[in-house]
Design a binder for this molecule. Structure first.
Ligand code: 5GP
Length: 196
């Protein structure tokens, strides 16, 4: 059964927001608080960053494996993010969890959110935007993750501007404030409670 035609109470919360907005840390916090929720992995062709482990947030795969996955229809959506790296949400874990009526939480970029919106019925899909108002602060946080070439930082800031311009597509917004990951997770819990 395809997601479009299913009738289930499962809810897919897609968390969108600029690189460095804290969405990954907020989701990690929710994962600690709610082992009953489903946190599906995506595939990416980028290398793991220091401290990241295979199977926690991503499957780190080669580009040829990713292309094979596309050809075999394994992805609900996929996109090239920050140039040259592919990211994609696997269909299977999402379909299964939604059919079982589970709460599913995944971070995604705005183009991925738009693709999934065309595939998953609106009653099963909730977009939450993690809003950053200070781009200087965002730059500081991107730099904290490790050394990046100037063009890469500029590219991420440009992506952030574009994502913020389309944030209205998500019905909910959470303000990203440094050091407030717990509060952001609290806000997300309020949104989840409203939607279920
Ligand atoms: P990062 O490399 O910082 O983990 O992620 C870069 C961007 O890719 C972030 O905006 C993140 O939300 C997005 N992203 C992560 N997984 C997926 C996915 O499966 N599909 C799409 N389209 N974007 C993703």
């Amino acid at each position: 059964m395809g997601v479009r035609t299913m009738s289930s109470k499962g809810k897919l919360f897609l968390v969108v927001g600029p690189s460095g907005s804290g969405k990954g840390s907020m989701i990690a916090k929710l994962k600690q608080r709610h082992p009953e929720y489903i946190f599906p992995l995506s595939c990416t062709t980028r290398d793991p960053r220091p401290g990241e482990k295979e199977g926690e947030v991503y499957h780190y795969i080669r580009k040829d494996e990713f292309v094979k996955g596309i050809e075999e229809g394994e992805f609900l959506e996929w996109a090239e993010v920050h140039q040259d790296n592919y990211y994609g949400i696997l269909k299977k874990p999402i379909f299964e969890a939604l059919e079982e009526g589970k709460i599913v939480i995944r971070e995604i970029d705005i183009q991925g959110f738009k693709s999934v919106s065309a595939l998953v019925p609106p009653e099963n899909l909730i977009g939450v935007f993690i809003m950053v108002t200070e781009l200087d602060e965002l730059k500081r946080r991107i730099l904290m993750r490790g050394k990046l070439p100037d063009e890469e930082i500029e590219r991420r800031l440009e992506s952030a501007r574009k994502e913020i311009a389309e944030s209205y597509l998500c019905p909910y917004t959470i303000d990203s404030i440094p050091g407030e990951i717990d509060r952001m997770a609290d806000d997300m819990e309020v949104i989840i409670a409203k939607e279920i």
